[in-house]
Design a protein around this ligand. Structure first.
Ligand SMILES: CCCC(=O)SCCNC(=O)CCNC(=O)[C@H](O)C(C)(C)COP(=O)(O)OP(=O)(O)OC[C@H]1O[C@@H](n2cnc3c(N)ncnc32)[C@H](O)[C@@H]1OP(=O)(O)O
Length: 334
């Protein structure tokens, strides 16, 4: 198989050789940089995926999650609510409407706990991430941001959220961000930690970081480049562009536009999103989860490792109940 230019580039970036070292030298050689190099080691990675656990930085040198959690807990407010449904689709709600669903520190910690619960949910197939009360999420709670505006604390918060959102994206569930109202700053980053984005008319995704004197720090830039390409990402970040549903579809950020309700309130949006997602999650959980796992490994791992992981995931479904049933029914795919 021929490696594409992009594939070769990814291999170079993820090898703890020239490129990685270079990145470490250019940026601050903190624990996180070393962690990136560790994450790309083949063995651990494939195992992670198979177990459906995508913890990234908890083992990184110098990353003291307990200390960060305590710091974040000092900024309470709002909640992250999780409802696991019998259909195999769970709904995660960012709930802080008094602050346009901004993330308080305690909500960041709660998000980590909800992701852990989803990692343990073996019957799950899909996930919808939404905001409460008709808007998605306005990013970090600016009150907390002001209180921890020194670079050390900022980087710790950022590591915590990178870790959580990476695990969210790697869940063996097909995930959708349901964007009603505004997804701003960290809220825009959150949308990129889902496999798909569905927008309601009037919805907007906007990386406002530049206007805050920032760049994305929750992994949103890295994920955005992979979704829309570097040209579009540069425009979105450089211009703090307001991406509406039409532009979202055009650049590949949005995977669909929902009708919302006739009065424009989007009250129907969750139901529509469930129907949309149902097209991809119909079938046994073991197979849907395996599909997600092979796609994540193809997206994130060097080709050799991705192929090995794919073989291992294949082994989990080959001769399994769904496979045997399909063989017995002599299925025709007309
Ligand atoms: C690495 C992460 C980087 C980040 O996420 S930095 C944060 C980026 N986000 C922002 O800067 C959002 C700033 N907020 C806004 O632009 C506007 O509030 C927004 C969301 C467009 C809504 O505008 P409006 O509909 O006019 O409503 P409003 O301004 O009166 O807001 C209602 C109440 O919500 C509050 N709010 C909105 N976003 C917040 C935030 N991120 N942190 C803390 N509080 C926030 C806002 O202060 C207002 O509260 P209050 O009613 O004045 O007590």
């Amino acid at each position: 198989m021929v490696l594409s230019a992009a594939g070769q580039h990814l291999l170079r970036v993820s090898r703890p050789g020239a490129w990685g070292q270079h990145l470490l030298r250019v940026s601050r050689p903190g624990a996180w940089g070393h962690h990136l190099l560790r994450v790309s080691r083949p063995g651990a990675w494939g195992q992670h995926l198979l177990r459906g656990i995508g913890s990234v930085s908890t083992t990184a040198k110098g990353f003291q999650e307990k200390e960060i959690r305590e710091k974040l807990q000092a900024f309470p407010g709002g909640s992250i609510d999780l409802v696991k449904q019998e259909s195999g689709i769970a709904v995660l709600t960012v709930n802080n409407p008094a602050r346009m669903n901004a993330f308080s520190g305690s909500m960041m910690v709660e998000l980590e706990e909800r992701v852990s619960q989803l990692e343990e949910w073996t019957e799950g197939k899909g996930l919808i991430v939404q905001g409460a009360a008709g808007t998605f999420c306005s990013g970090s709670d600016l009150n907390a941001v002001r209180a921890i505006s020194n670079p050390q604390d900022g980087m710790k918060m950022c590591m915590f959220m990178q870790n959580v959102l990476t695990r969210l994206l790697r869940l063996p569930l097909l995930s959708v961000a349901l964007v009603e109202g505004s997804a701003l700053g960290g809220g825009a980053e959150l949308t990129t930690a889902c496999d798909f984005r569905l927008m309601v008319p009037g919805g907007m995704i906007r990386f406002v970081h530049k206007h805050m004197g920032l760049v994305p720090g929750w992994g949103g830039a890295a994920r955005l480049v992979r979704i829309v390409g570097s040209q579009n990402a540069l425009k979105m970040l450089g211009g703090a562009l307001k991406v509406d549903p039409e532009m979202g579809l055009q650049i590949g950020l949005a995977d669909g536009v929902l009708e919302g309700s006739l009065d424009g309130s989007g009250a129907n949006a969750l139901l529509e999103a469930e129907q949309w997602l149902g097209c991809y999650t119909t079938g046994p959980a073991s197979v849907i989860r395996a599909i997600k796992n092979v796609v994540v490994s193809g997206r994130e791992l060097p080709l050799e490792v991705a192929l090995r992981t794919e073989r291992d995931v294949f082994g989990t479904v080959w001769g399994g109940p769904a496979n045997l049933q399909a063989l017995a029914s002599k299925a025709k795919h007309k």
